[in-house]
Design a protein around this ligand. Structure first.
Ligand SMILES: Nc1ncnc2c1ncn2[C@@H]1O[C@H](COP(=O)(O)OP(=O)(O)OP(=O)(O)O)[C@@H](O)[C@H]1O
Ligand SMILES: [Mg+2]
Length: 359
């Protein structure tokens, strides 16, 4: 497996377009060896373009692509030793499961015994061991997708495993199992994985690092925890998390900040007086309380959403909407007016949509 570098890589599908309109704005990125990454972002943000540049499907308008330091920019897909899994499984329907997995190795002229050992090892990991003699066409959609994956993993020389929305066409009930299997085998075989999805939950549960994209740019890269705890912009706070992060407009007070005329304490110094600050707080950290105290604010209930083990309370705080995600056993406030507590250490400052100071 390999380390992949994008050195000043950008792409425009339209010739001579201004850089601002490129599908992928020039960027520098490194995907470390044996790590799993997810590219997330809304439709059209450039995820598949970035993946296509890594696989060789797209030749970038600018910059170089390096695999373990070697320039592969001008190499076609098949010379790059990458395994790909797409939305629709790519398998040979008329072949058995065994032959599907063995095929890439036969093409590489491995000897029989070596092929057999490798196919069985990968099939075992994928839970396909008992079905090696079955015709691939008889398998379910998720098993077919597993074979696509297995065909990538049998080869020892694979630089990276690139997946573009591999679970989109899979039945919701099977998605969970398939995601777990993909995770298990990537932990076992340790390839460098780059996984495209527009499903943030899938990305968070699968990858060690997420790259959040917006309009052809990677706007934040980090672990699921980093993206949850310190989104670098209101966009990331909104895109990652369910429900999204709350953002409240606050005022400058004589000392620090205020919200609805009451002081708001935070773990950082207030941004400059000229800036129009917002504060962000995750719904998971907003508390409904009965006792007044520091950072408690009167609020009114506007609505309740049921999220199974949790409830999302939609409240009005000083004329601004705030969501609180609370355990189901906490119940719903019985009174129309109650207090909301915003813990000091969980509040982050945003100016012009960007995180102002890291606490
Ligand atoms: N072959 C192409 N020719 C012209 N424009 C393209 C082509 N492929 C993608 N684009 C444009 O480039 C931009 C990025 O597209 P891309 O497919 O990379 O987005 P994506 O994040 O993968 O979206 P999705 O979630 O819908 O798959 C979009 O504006 C898209 O319309
Ligand atoms: Mg795409």
């Amino acid at each position: 497996m390999a380390r992949l570098d994008l050195a000043d890589v950008g792409h425009s599908y339209v010739p001579d377009a201004a850089e601002e309109r490129w599908a992928l704005k020039p960027l520098r990125l490194t995907f470390e060896d044996a790590r799993t990454y997810a590219l997330v972002g809304p439709s059209g943000c450039g995820k598949s373009t970035l993946l296509g540049i890594l696989s060789g499907l797209v030749t970038p308008s600018r910059g170089r692509v390096l695999f373990d330091g070697a320039d592969v920019t001008d190499l076609p897909t098949k010379a790059r030793n990458i395994a790909q899994v797409f939305q629709f499984p790519v398998i040979y329907r008329s072949m058995t499961v065994y032959d599907n997995l063995a095929f890439p190795l036969r093409c590489r002229r491995w000897d029989r015994a070596r092929i057999d050992a490798k196919v069985r090892q990968v099939a075992e990991a994928l839970d396909l061991g008992g079905r090696l003699r079955q015709q691939a066409r008889r398998l379910t959609a998720d098993d077919k997708q597993l074979i696509s994956l297995g065909r990538g993993l049998v080869r020892d020389d694979v630089a990276a495993l690139l997946m573009d929305e591999p679970l989109t066409t899979i039945d919701p009930q099977l998605k969970f199992t398939l995601r777990r299997k993909i995770r298990e085998i990537t932990e076992q075989f340790r390839p460098t994985v780059i996984y495209v999805t527009h499903d943030q939950y899938e990305a968070m549960s699968f990858a060690q690092e997420l790259l959040v994209m917006d309009g052809g740019r990677v706007v934040q890269q980090g672990t699921p925890e980093q993206l949850f705890e310190a989104p670098s912009s209101t966009y990331v706070g909104w895109f990652i998390g369910s429900p999204p992060m709350n953002f409240l407009t606050v005022e400058h007070a004589r000392e620090g900040l205020s919200l609805g005329g009451r002081p708001l304490a935070a773990a950082w110094d207030a941004p400059q007086v000229t800036a129009r600050p917002q504060v962000g707080i995750r719904p998971e950290y907003v508390r409904i309380v009965t006792e007044p105290g520091a950072n408690t604010f009167p609020a009114r209930l506007r609505g309740v959403q049921d999220h199974g083990a949790q409830r999302v309370l939609e409240v009005d705080l000083a004329g601004q909407p705030v969501r609180a995600k609370v355990p189901r056993e906490d119940g719903v406030p019985g009174v129309e007016e109650f207090l909301v507590h915003l813990p000091r250490t969980k509040i982050l400052p945003y100016v012009d949509g960007r995180l102002a100071t890291l606490p």
